[in-house]
Design a protein around this ligand. Sequence first.
Ligand SMILES: [Zn+2]
Length: 194
Amino acid sequence: MSTAKRGKVRVEKGRYRLDGQFHFPYPNDSIRNEHGELMGVTNPRDLTHVHMYGGEAPFFEALSQGKLLGTRCDNSDCGANGSIFIPFRIHCPVKNNIVDMTDTARKGATVHTFMITERTGAFNTLPKPIRFVNVEFEGVPTILMGYLSVGEPEIGMKVVPIFNTSKPSYTILDLSWVPEGTDESDIPKGFTFQ
Ligand SMILES: [Zn+2]
């Protein structure tokens, strides 16, 4: 990568302020056939994708602080009035209220189903195979997709959340799951139970 300053974004009075470089090109390489004839070039480059969280920002901020947030519909005119949603649903269609579901997750989360994958897409940073788990919470009508960091998943298995609070990525990868009763020394580096 060049020595140019990596791009940073901040928001000032509701507007994006971009500073630094967001596009890093690298030298081209020739593409040749078996006779050595030029067929084309590769154009390697790095792009920085700017991803706005909008109303979901509190959810990702909370993960970095060891908390799992859901939302609740408090609109008495809505058929879903009183329902708590994880994943974090911002509107229902009126704006929902934020509720801290960390204790519920610690006490009553189970694996609804799971999926193990050996092959992943580009830019995967999780160790393979990835053990995806669909986590069900007591009193919550929706199911959250996550990944198990210790052991092998089983349907109905009790799991507890762990959080990457030491060096958060501010993405969903800051939240993972381990079987209930897992020892703190067995969870991935950087993660904690709270
Ligand atoms: Zn509603």
